[in-house]
Design a protein around this ligand. Structure first.
Ligand code: SF4
Length: 478
């Protein structure tokens, strides 16, 4: 294996405690790692260099990617909003089924997948593409603390909204540093069973619950989700305990998501969560008094939609990672009874420009990708190799009723941009990409929500029930 370089520029870390003999303690996650000179913490991206705590992933990211807010299990804030997803390297947990192990487990990260960004560049990308929300996501933003806090502050000053999608195994002190800059917290609570946390995630439960309460009490927009792992956490007990936690320690109004699992990482000898178990969990939580309970990574179900609690009118329909607010007016009130929906509106956060057809001169290379099995979303990466601006295009095809033409992606000189195209109706067949001759492009299959694929379409498996990522091969040395 070649020598890595992404972790060779240490940056001073916050939340450091200096101990005797050059040892430091990290107070970023509840693990409170005690780190000797030259050693790493559990996450592998914080280290002791000459008696000081440093972070090794400052500004180191997977490719910045435009997605939709539904990708982050956020349904009650600007449905359909385009977000700029930023993910990094490392994690304070090591879940046996991790969907992003190629980036969360630092020892498997390859330089080819890592890009260098400054806080100013991240904000500039969002502003240039008219994206209103920056999402700190994927592997886990907790271990990117310094870069997140600094960039989120800059983004906020520029009028942008910050979303933090996390397993939230984080200290109270670190949360206090996030509160001034983060607007939305989407917390993934893996289970309500302390033994499950220890065994499957290598973390522990109570700090996650306390942290979620802390941000909720601070008045932030909070949504929670649980990955229902087949035969491990897709039972009635998990649904009941989740509903009890949300109802008693947060509020019945907090949107709650039961999310379908797919086999991955060390847990491939199993199947996707049966959908009837997810529907059962949703019914239990609704019967126990929660007001907004949804399914994730499930298609062709009504359990992803939102209805008016006053008159029952359908307000938001969702298909996969797409949303349509057909039952709400511009102010976010029900078009039937006028009742204000419990959904935050963010004006101007939705659509890109569209054209019926790209100009012939700009439509030289066309790629097609057909949806297959459970692969119903795609990252499209386009790079402008010219010193002048160009436009790239894509459209979803196969369903004439939903075909709204070609979306336009404006690219600055030499810009590389990545965005998601996700199936939006049951009848849609796939995606078509058109770029001018000055552009290169690549396609990357996305398997389920908040998954960052590191391989191109065709390089992974095409097994409908297993991640298209290369299968996990254990490595013992870094
Ligand atoms: S972030 Fe957590 S896992 Fe990483 S060094 Fe700090 S305490 Fe340890």
């Amino acid at each position: 294996m070649s020598q890595k370089t992404w972790d060779q520029e240490p940056h001073p870390a916050r939340l450091e405690e200096r101990l005797d003999n050059g040892v430091v303690r990290c107070h970023l996650s509840p693990r409170n790692c005690k780190i000797r000179p030259g050693q790493h913490g559990f996450c592998m991206v914080r280290a002791n260099r000459d008696g000081r705590l440093v972070t090794l992933n400052y500004g180191r990211s997977v490719h910045a990617t435009e997605e939709t807010i539904e990708t982050e299990a956020v349904f009650h804030y600007a449905p359909g909003a385009r977000i700029l997803s930023m993910g990094n390297v490392g994690c304070m947990l090591n879940c046996d089924y991790c969907h992003n192990w190629k980036t969360s487990q630092a020892r498997y990260v390859e330089d080819k997948d890592i890009y260098h960004y400054t806080p100013e560049q991240v904000v500039d990308i969002a502003l240039r593409h008219d994206i209103k929300v920056i999402s700190w996501t994927y592997n886990d933003p907790v271990v990117w603390h310094e870069f997140v806090v600094e960039t989120a502050a800059l983004a906020k000053a520029a009028g942008l909204v910050n979303l933090f999608k996390s397993a939230f195994f984080i200290s109270g002190e670190a949360i206090e540093e996030l509160l001034p800059v983060i607007d939305i917290f989407s917390v993934s609570i893996k289970s309500l069973d302390p033994k499950y946390y220890r065994k499957i995630t290598k973390g522990w439960l109570e700090p996650v619950l306390e942290g979620t309460e802390q941000v909720f009490r601070a008045g932030k927009h909070v949504e929670v989700s649980t990955l229902m792992v087949t035969d491990l956490s897709d039972d009635e007990k998990t649904a009941r305990e989740m509903a009890t936690f949300v109802g008693e320690r947060l509020s019945p109004d907090v949107p709650t998501h039961f999310v379908r699992f797919h086999p991955d990482y060390k847990m491939t000898d199993t199947i996707r969560t049966p959908v009837d178990r997810l529907e059962r969990a949703r019914k239990i939580a609704l019967d126990m008094g929660l007001h907004h309970v949804y399914l994730g990574n499930v298609y062709d179900t009504e359990s992803t939609n939102t209805w008016c609690r006053q008159c029952g009118r359908l307000q938001v329909t969702r298909y996969g990672l797409n949303a349509d607010m057909a039952g709400l007016d511009a102010d976010g009130s029900c078009v039937s009874c006028g009742t204000r929906a419990p959904i935050v509106q963010l004006p101007g956060a939705r659509r890109r420009a569209r054209v019926p057809e790209p100009p012939a001169a700009e439509r030289v290379e066309v790629a097609h990708f057909d949806w297959h099995g459970d692969v119903r979303a795609l990252h499209v990466q386009v790079r402008n190799t010219a010193d002048a601006p160009v436009r790239a295009y894509h459209r979803r095809y196969g369903d004439p009723a939903a075909d709204q033409g070609w979306e336009v992606i404006d690219l600055a000189p030499q810009e590389s941009f990545r965005y998601i195209a996700a199936k939006s109706t049951a009848d849609e067949a796939g995606v078509q990409v058109a770029v001018p001759p000055q552009c290169t492009s690549s396609l990357h299959q996305v398997f389920d929500r908040a998954h960052f694929p590191t391989v191109e379409a065709g390089a992974g498996t095409l097994n409908d029930d297993i991640s298209p990522l290369p299968l996990f091969q254990p490595r013992t040395r870094r």
